[in-house]
Write a protein that binds this ligand. Structure first.
Ligand code: CDP
Length: 234
């Protein structure tokens, strides 16, 4: 049986990480985990329960009541996020959550809570995970790390179209503002800021189709596996 690896995909907001990591997992027969969905689900829980994450005792108590799981939807082919057993996939993508998720994600206790679960999910390898700190903190020894980049206008346009297709009412200005502020906050926070790991392969998908970026990443995985299998034999 072919050796299984961990593929970490990091990058700025809306640069296509989830699409790439999900399609790659499907092609490889791996598990796909959207770590951003987990931060979004925690944010949803805190907002719905009127919990201010800056109030430490309240936050720590709230985290004890949060269980995040994923349920595969055979119709869409997409794993859907479940918060305490309830499907929240659509809700966590709303601007209400996008506007609050970065400050919540900067909290070290929120990160510790989710990172340990993510590391557990990667124990058996055969996983692709996308986020901001996957190649730097969650899986610093991931066999393959991809740092995805994309022109900021293209990123905003893609996210705007994605939200419109879901019937969410949003303006282009709101989307641009949200992406800019999240990118700034995610890159400048103290706890696990977003940056490219030294050993990550940078992939700019501005002018690539989904198929082309998938092909590129798939070839990287295959090269990495054959390299590792050779070194095991020696
Ligand atoms: O899909 P998009 O690129 O818009 O964002 P996401 O991956 O759903 O992540 C939402 C937010 O969660 C990010 O802006 C970060 O603040 C946070 N996040 C994080 O801090 N660490 C991760 N590994 C993944 C997401």
């Amino acid at each position: 049986m072919e050796l299984k690896i961990i593929v970490a995909v990091d990058g700025h907001a809306s640069c296509g990480k989830s699409t790439l990591a999900r399609q790659l997992a499907k092609r490889l027969g791996y598990t796909y985990i959207d770590s951003g969905a987990m931060y979004r689900a925690v944010t949803l829980y805190l907002l719905d329960n009127h919990i201010d994450f800056r109030d430490k005792p309240q936050l720590l108590d709230a985290l004890k009541h949060i269980t995040i799981t994923f349920r595969y939807n055979p119709d869409t082919g997409i794993p859907e996020t479940m918060l305490n057993g309830k499907a929240v996939e659509e809700e966590i993508r709303s601007m209400r959550i996008s506007n609050e998720v970065s400050p919540v994600s900067a909290d070290k206790d929120v990160r510790a809570f989710l990172v340990s679960q993510q590391q557990e999910m990667g124990k058996k390898k055969g996983i692709t995970m996308d986020g901001r700190d996957i190649g730097t903190v969650v899986f610093p020894h991931a066999e393959l790390k991809i740092f995805l980049t994309s022109d900021e206008h293209v990123r905003a346009q893609r996210r705007f179209e994605e939200l419109q297709a879901k019937g969410m009412s949003v303006t282009m200005e709101e989307v641009v503002h949200n992406l800019e502020s999240r990118d700034y906050e995610d890159s400048h926070r103290v706890a696990s800021p977003l940056y490219k790991a030294g050993d990550a392969v940078e992939l700019d998908n501005t002018h690539l189709t989904e198929d082309q970026q998938l092909e590129f990443a798939y070839n990287l995985v295959k090269e990495k596996i054959s390299e590792l299998e050779k070194s095991v034999k020696i």
